[in-house]
Design a binder for this molecule. Structure first.
Ligand SMILES: [Zn+2]
Length: 158
């Protein structure tokens, strides 16, 4: 068994769509980033890399010409999932938390779980996505950005 944790945060800015967990969420601002800024998928991918001892997202997907600008983070997670499989690991379960003051994200978490499960090739029952706010504390509480954290448990495939 191997465990891994991931954390990510991005700034919220006007003029960008908000994409979380591969789902487009209607909002007046979106997450800044070289990619689509999807904090949830980045935290999940980071946790997977952590569990397999495979470095970090910055090493595999640098914010440079090596990574296409605006890349859909589902493509990043797909590639990380392939690395995990090739290294002989399978997901036991994954738990992730989005930390955001708004908008209301609960209606979208089931779709996010589906995206993650599809990307990893696992059942939706193995994936949990929760949402919390910081109760208006700090930068996230002021709506300046969003963060996500994830923890994964992997087992060696027989
Ligand atoms: Zn990120």
């Amino acid at each position: 068994m191997r465990v891994g944790s991931g954390f990510d945060a991005h700034q919220l800015v006007a003029g960008r769509p908000l994409r979380l967990g591969g789902v487009d969420v209607p909002f007046d601002r979106g997450l800044e980033g070289h990619s689509d800024g999807d904090v949830l998928l980045h935290a999940v991918a980071s946790a997977l890399l952590g569990a397999t001892g495979d470095g970090d997202l910055g090493r595999h997907f640098p914010s440079s010409d090596a990574t296409p600008e605006g890349i859909d983070s589902r493509a990043i997670l797909d590639q990380v999932a392939a690395r995990v499989r090739e290294a002989g690991w399978a997901l036991v379960n994954l738990d992730a938390t989005i930390i955001a003051q708004g908008p209301r994200l609960a209606p979208y978490t089931a779709a996010m779980v589906q995206v993650i499960a599809d990307s990893l090739g696992v059942q939706t029952a193995q994936v949990n996505v929760k949402v919390t706010s910081t109760d208006h504390l700090g930068a996230i509480g002021r709506g300046e950005g969003m963060a996500a954290q994830a923890i994964v448990l992997l087992e060696q495939r027989p």
